[in-house]
Design a protein around this ligand. Sequence first.
Ligand code: ZN
Length: 410
Amino acid sequence: VPVLTGIRTLYRCLPDGGQGDVHPVPAAALAWREGRVAWVGPEADLPPGWRDEPREDAGGAIVVPGLVDCHTHLAFGGWRADEFERRILGATYLDIARAGGGIRATVARTRAASTEALVARCERHLREMVALGVTAVEAKSGYGLSVEHELRLLEVYDRLRARTPLRLVATLLGAHAVPPEFDGRSDAYADLVAEAMVPAAAARGLAAFCDVFVEEGAFTVAQARRVLRAGLAHGLRPRLHADQLSAGGGAELAAEVGAASADHLEHVGPRGIAALAAAGVVAVSLPLASLYLGQPPLPARRLIEAGVPVAVATDFNPGSAPSCHLPLALTLACTLQRMTPAEALKGATVFAARAAGLEAEAGSLAPGRPADFAVLEAESVEQWLYHFRANACLRTVVAGREAWRRPVSV
Ligand SMILES: [Zn+2]
């Protein structure tokens, strides 16, 4: 059906305007052709040529651009429910990591999993995401931590492209943690990432981004700079896990290397915020991680006031954010980060697309752009994120093709 009418409000989420400008069109219609938006506006203004096309009535639902989950660790083996319980009983993230749990536990399970099993698991998660209205996903490696295993995870993402309607962007996160083979030799491991992993991933066209976890117990600013500069030299754009557990200069480094985004930022300070604003770096907030770790969230209001675009993503991973429910993350962005529903929506559409390098393909609804959208059973974006439900999505469309529709209940 190339025309959708009966839309209570369509949110275009254009790149211009501030965090809360989502460009709503009340009583809207949307037309698309060959996978791209042909017309969008008030239904009363629908051009005569479109009135004779087959149309579907949205029944007063709202329409938003397909949601973009711009930060996930999609491919991993096993889960870590045991650590969930230990954290509840008082262990910290660093306590667990020092005891051999955390990322290292997942690395062992991921290395042991077959490629076919990893592809099948990812495919299941992607199906859950598309049913929630998500149409584009950034997926990081980072649970292989050797040249062979990191490339294998990127290959998993490459193989998934033929098995999912979603747009998938891959990021090399070889510098996620120091693997056991390099205990006490983090410099040597950072060199391996910069000198072997980055060139190999780039030569095979397996990644668009290079990411580093800058944190005490992970990688220093100097090590991250080496890895990210190697990425830049090989055409991989930088992104960073920055200032999650402590303010470690990650935000400043993101600005220095011209990163597409700085992610986490729970502990970012005034200097980091100013640097992000000056360099035009997107701040990616991950409120599910704040929720699960019981941490104060990133200072979204201070970032927005400084002019930093704030994206919202799930951080889907088996430790600190074991959920790929992006609408839940958006509700938490409202309640924990004090973002309005409109600000959260902009953060999961156009600003998330910018963080994931998808600004030309996703995040906005306008003529000529891909017809990626979600039809949501809600009166408004405010109603959608306020009345949290298992799933309010009625239908997900990617490039004009239906990727998911809510089954008719009997
Ligand atoms: Zn992450």
